[in-house]
Design a binder for this molecule. Sequence first.
Ligand code: IMP
Ligand code: ZN
Length: 358
Amino acid sequence: MDFKALPKIELHAHLSGSISRQCLHEIWVLKKERGETELEDPLIEMPEGKHDYDLDTSENRVTGPYESFPKPKLTTTPSSSFFPLFSRYIYGLCNDRASLVYTTNSVLSDFAADGVVYLELRTTPRAIASEGMRKDDYVQTVLDCISTSNKSSTLKTNLILSIDRRNDLPTAMQVVELATKYRNQGVVGIDLCGDPAAGDVSLFRPAFEEAKKRGIKITIHFAEAPNTTTPNELTNLLEYQPDRIGHVINVPDDVKQEIVRRKLGLELCLSCNVHAKMITGTYSDHHFGWWRETGCPIALSTDDVGVFGSTLSNEYRLIAEHFDLNRKEICDLARGAVEVIFGVEEEKERLRSMMWRE
Ligand code: IMP
Ligand code: ZN
């Protein structure tokens, strides 16, 4: 089966985690020539083939809002810590309007080249002080790139704005405000992401309640890490009435039942979970095998293709191989995601007409 040609829907992709190493390298070369960076070359910092980034940040915790993160440091050996890779490195390279535009365009064309026909890209609004860019400008800039791409591509993209678990409530409310302001320009929802060991999610209740009131769709990173997932946290998160949940790994039976009862859309990320050792075992041990029997719609997704190196077409290939799915089952899986997109009915119609039946 030609997995690249298969029309695919990607619903869980973080903008900064989806930038290819080659694209980061191109930005680095320009900045290096101008004497604007002391960071290591991305091809050395994130060598080709290195995908073993893990989510355990216990020794390397970065706290506080983005604006107060320490300045990126010169590193000597490639680090395998996932969250600091962003705060200490990738954000240090993508730190002006030009690089934001360049990387966003590159991410969009990479997804299009992989046969993705509908994408809900997510990003955490980030102020870039050195450029005088406010979070509002950041969102507008990403939306402008999306709008231009949508005009000339089979790939149609919408945007989800992320709340980081390290944020405080005012920052989360700001994300809800931005999502409201830009809902007519392609922002379709909000997300809760970031280090699963950080923060107390109950803080964000007013933000999610407000989003729900305003009709903004909600997706949440759910039960990612065994040592931090508590029944209390999961109950809180389900009370926020998410429309979809991501990862869904360490889930107690009663919570599983509730998810199945609600038929929540599940964003499952195979390679990310294997490489980051978020699951025990390998591809064939992935909880996709359990959830596929439940009737919950599944959107196979990449999470951070720039970090974990597996395109969406490769994720479908891996699923077919390790779970022995035939062509029709693969087509059904890909088509099933249509029903849980945050996009409008007209977009669902477009997708229904183009997704393969077998
Ligand atoms: P950005 O929001 O476009 O800047 O994308 C990078 C951010 O996405 C990171 O700083 C994390 O907060 C978040 N992120 C990416 N992958 C994951 C994940 O697997 N779990 C939780 N958060 C993630
Ligand atoms: Zn994610």
